[in-house]
Design a protein. Structure first.
Length: 308
């Protein structure tokens, strides 16, 4: 099986290409900048997903069985340059889908997000959110979340027309070393070796979160890539539900020198906090690692200087 991964040098992409290559998959990567020879477990070509011709050209050359799209603008960069972000996040999604169809790929897997469900858990009630749930446009609190929801809508239309099988993996907040951009970059700083200063967490101590490790996120994506049967259009990752202070307390149990501070008047949380993982278990046999084990593993990688 040959797999082409856009966003291969990113936070999740680095783990995914390593996992795929390690399992014997023929992987080709693409990102905004090429990787030097030997710097990654697969060749990584310089391609901007916002460039339709570049995406089409590489995909035609590679002729993959499966295409993965992880390329995305996140965080403050979206609003800072909405034109560029729209070209990458919306145009890039369409470019990848069209290129996959033209090259006769059988499947496109892409990273959707918990943000597609909007910021308000109360909209869904006191229950886990499932894939058939959706957030009305007027309830979206971030451009990022609305863009992810639109990606899912477009992919579903392509799939319904029989053009290509698509599967969007709606990931909870992904934690691990090396995340330096976006609203959740603080989750990486929580895992870093103690510097003697408290790590500022931009949330109230009691704020609930749904979290998944970058290792588990990559593993779920790899399962979707390699699935032998038909995939659902959307798959939630599930996640570990904990308060911000609960996460900090678990980190302190592993590294007693760690210190954290919380916000008394935080900005509104942009994500819901209860995400069902039932379909991922049923369709792909996926279960995340126990939370403490995942935290310990990612903290060990951070201590070793890993960036994802």
């Amino acid at each position: 099986m040959r797999v082409l991964v856009f966003g291969a040098a990113g936070f999740v992409g680095r783990r995914l290409v390593a996992a795929l290559a390690g399992s014997g998959v023929d992987v080709v990567g693409a990102d905004i900048a090429a990787a030097p020879a030997g710097a990654a477990p697969c060749p990584i070509h310089a391609v901007d997903v916002g460039d339709r011709d570049a995406v089409a050209g590489l995909t035609a050359d590679v002729r993959p069985d499966v295409v993965v799209n992880l390329a995305y603008a996140t965080g403050a960069a979206i609003e800072a340059n909405l034109d560029r972000s729209t070209r990458i996040n919306l145009g890039g999604h369409v470019h990848v889908l069209d290129a996959a169809i033209a090259s006769r790929a059988r499947r496109v897997v892409y990273s959707s997000s918990i943000a597609a469900y909007g910021p308000d858990q109360a909209l869904y009630g006191d229950r886990d959110i499932v894939e058939s749930d959706s957030c009305p446009l007027e309830h979206h609190g971030t451009t990022y979340g609305a863009m992810k929801a639109f990606n899912d809508f477009v992919a579903a239309r392509y799939r319904a027309r029989g053009l290509v099988e698509t599967c969007g993996v709606r990931l909870s907040i992904v934690f691990g070393p090396g995340r330096r951009h976006g609203f959740t970059a603080w989750t990486s700083r929580m895992l870093d070796p103690p510097s003697g200063e408290g790590v500022p967490v931009p949330l109230a101590a009691e704020q609930a979160l749904s979290l998944i490790s970058v290792e588990d996120a990559a593993r779920l994506l790899a399962l979707a890539v390699g699935a032998s049967g038909a995939l659902p259009p959307l798959v939630n990752s599930g996640g570990h539900r904990a308060s911000a202070k609960g996460v900090a307390d678990m980190v302190v149990q592993i590294e007693p020198r760690a210190r954290f501070t919380f916000e008394d008047h935080p900005a509104e949380m942009p994500f819901v906090d209860r995400l069902s993982g039932d379909l991922a278990r049923e369709a792909l046999g996926f279960r995340p690692q126990p939370f403490a084990a995942a935290l310990r593993a990612e903290m060990a990688r951070a201590a070793d200087g890993a960036t994802s």
